[in-house]
Ligand binder design. Structure first.
Ligand SMILES: Nc1ncnc2c1ncn2[C@@H]1O[C@H](COP(=O)(O)OP(=O)(O)OP(=O)(O)O)[C@@H](O)[C@H]1O
Ligand SMILES: [Mg+2]
Length: 583
């Protein structure tokens, strides 16, 4: 049983070691050295208590402290008053030095720990962002947000800080117990064994339970976040149907699970301190009684009792911290597992050639099939078509017939499960980076960031690199010019969260301007005019005509009627049968 516990502990230590990463490990070792210095100062402080008490009582030092006698002889100090002053002031200096050092060590430790937090959360986000697109179809954003923000935070406070604390305290305890052992071997041995047994018992009893509530906390955190995201995301429907109370209730329910787990953990964390206090008082009383019963005189054992008293004063918090530290590690075991796996599961990297993917002639879909994981039937089956350079291509078909899937395959977000998509004869997945550089894409639902109109259009371009000429051209082509002129702040207007300060049609046009700003070779518009009125839609289609001959346009729409001028129309009927019409 204990070997499997030891194994688990070793695995956890290895995981912590992995998470803190190569750059941080040397600093972790430096921190360990700091702890050793602090422990040495701590022991020196405590060890000076016996000579202090003896000096105060005007008595000679016992064997263990003969070195002090030698120092006094060397310093030519022999009056008891002088000795007392020297001993007492050394005790004060050691405590002062120790605490100044501890303050510095604590500053350094916090600096280190938060640096780990900074790096770990950034790395996890980057790992997620580097995942292939299908990853985001199967993972809930609230879970990902929880892992980046909450789990990393919990890792820092419950795993890393507590781990360091346990090491520091174990060093102090071992040192102090060693000193006690030289003074009173039997008493110390009995006390240490009792202490260790008590820690192991308490730890064993609470470990499983703590892991269980740790798991509950972790699940509740993701669900709490999801409930909040959904409440604000569906705010219109909630207000319309008076669901405010229901939404708050479902959040409160999940919050309660979180709350219970956290409360129970806090309570279990408080128990060791109380237990240890009682145990310490009992032990000290037993020690005094045994000494009294053995016929020793009070002034003979007073220094030992003083030492043990001081030890208890110092050891009690140490024992408490070791137990609560171990408890925290159990509570945070699910945290460690998540942070470790999310940090070290590096997203798959696909080998790609250095040859850029060119598009001078045609794009060919060759028997392309795609099946979403978990879907009952394929979204696309044996789809073949050819798109010539600078063609104006319309894709139409019923809702759910696979139009958006074709686009996601074309831009490389999804990979066909069979068949190939080639540009000038080369599979686009051979070098997606150079392929996607040529594409401008207006998705079916445009996502605006809570920033200025300018930064939404020149999305991802840093402020000083925004080309104003290109920006104005994109605004004009997207039929936004007249509207922007009416805005007091013009292109500096803030669009609000998900573009809440703009109308649906305006958001769509901002999306179009965003795609046009990149001056793409291939422009893909997925229902890009669905929210526009007839006039705006027509002016936009006219504006698109300006691009004809300069750019390949793929236009997806339900409403093909009345739209003219396509070079090719792909009609996705049931079962993805393709009917192509050259017009
Ligand atoms: N992430 C997904 N997981 C499972 N099935 C999906 C997923 N996305 C789409 N599908 C399914 O794939 C099929 C094609 O979807 P797609 O979005 O390509 O249709 P669409 O033609 O663009 O429809 P619409 O006109 O409504 O936008 C649908 O049956 C849809 O339910
Ligand atoms: Mg669609």
């Amino acid at each position: 049983m204990y070997t499997s516990d030891a194994n688990k502990a070793l695995i956890s230590i290895k995981k912590i070691w992995d998470v803190i990463g190569i750059h941080q490990r040397s600093i972790a070792l430096l921190l360990l050295v700091f702890m050793l210095v602090a422990a040495a100062l701590e022991m020196l402080g405590i060890a000076l208590i016996i000579p202090t008490v003896l000096t105060m009582m005007g008595r000679e030092f016992s064997e263990g402290f003969s070195f002090l006698q030698k120092i006094f002889v060397y310093l030519k100090v022999d009056s008891p008053e002088e000795k007392s002053i020297i001993i007492i002031s050394s005790l004060a200096s050691v405590f002062l030095a120790k605490n100044i050092f501890l303050a510095f060590a604590s500053w350094f430790q916090l600096h280190y720990v938060f640096n780990v937090y900074f790096k770990v959360s950034k790395k996890i986000l980057l790992n997620y962002l580097n995942q292939q697109y299908p990853f985001f179809l199967t993972h809930n954003s609230s879970e990902l947000i929880r892992n980046i923000l909450i789990e990393t935070n919990q890792f820092i406070f419950f795993v890393l800080m507590q781990g360091l604390l346990i090491i520091a305290e174990v060093i102090v305890v071992v040192g102090l117990v060693a000193i006690m052992f030289t003074v009173e071997p039997t008493g110390t041995a009995v006390l240490s064994l009792t202490g260790i047994m008590a820690i192991l018992c308490f730890y064993k009893i609470s470990a499983k339970y703590l892991q269980k509530i740790g798991n509950a906390r972790q699940e509740a955190d993701a669900l709490r976040l999801r409930a909040l995201q959904e409440s604000f995301g569906a705010i219109k429907e909630i207000k319309l149907h008076n669901h405010e109370k229901n939404s708050a209730e479902s959040f409160a329910k999940l919050n309660n699970v979180w709350l219970n787990a956290t409360r129970q953990n806090q309570f279990l964390n408080n128990l060791p301190r109380l237990g240890i206090e009682v145990a310490a008082v009992f032990c000290l009383l037993i020690l005094i009684t045994t000494m009294l019963l053995s016929g020793a005189k009070a002034d003979e054992f007073l220094p030992t009792v003083a030492l043990f008293g001081a030890m208890a004063f110092r050891l009690m918090p140490s024992f408490t911290r070791i137990i609560t530290g171990l408890q925290s590690l159990d509570y945070a075991l699910p945290v460690l597992n998540i942070v470790h796996s999310e940090l070290l599961t590096i997203p798959p990297k696909f080998a790609h050639s250095d040859e850029p993917i060119l598009f001078n002639k045609e794009i060919i879909f060759e028997n392309v099939s795609f099946h979403y994981s978990g879907a009952g039937h394929p979204a696309l089956k044996n789809f073949s078509t050819t798109i010539r350079k600078n063609d104006f291509v319309g894709i139409t078909g019923a809702s759910g017939s696979g139009k958006t899937t074709i686009v996601d395959l074309l831009i490389g977000l999804l990979k066909p499960i069979s068949g190939e998509i080639k540009s000038d004869g080369v599979n686009i997945h051979k070098n997606l980076k150079t392929w996607s550089k040529q594409i401008g894409y207006v998705p079916q639902s445009v996502y605006l960031i809570n920033d200025t109109l300018k930064n939404n259009i020149a999305f991802g371009v840093s402020d000083n690199e925004i080309d104003t000429k290109k920006l104005l051209k994109a605004v004009k082509s997207a039929q936004l010019g007249a509207y922007v002129k009416t805005l007091p702040l013009g292109l500096e207007t803030i669009v609000g969260e998900r573009g809440i300060n703009f109308s649906g049609g305006q958001v769509q046009r901002i999306g179009i301007a965003r795609a046009l700003y990149r001056e793409p070779k291939i422009l893909i518009l997925d229902e890009a005019t669905s929210a526009l009125d007839k006039n705006t839609s027509e002016s936009f289609l006219q504006a698109l005509q300006v691009l004809r001959g300069k750019c390949t346009i793929i236009f997806i729409t339900h409403r093909l009627n009345g739209l003219k001028g396509f070079d090719k129309i792909i009609n996705l009927e049931e079962g993805n049968e393709v009917r192509e019409k050259e017009s």
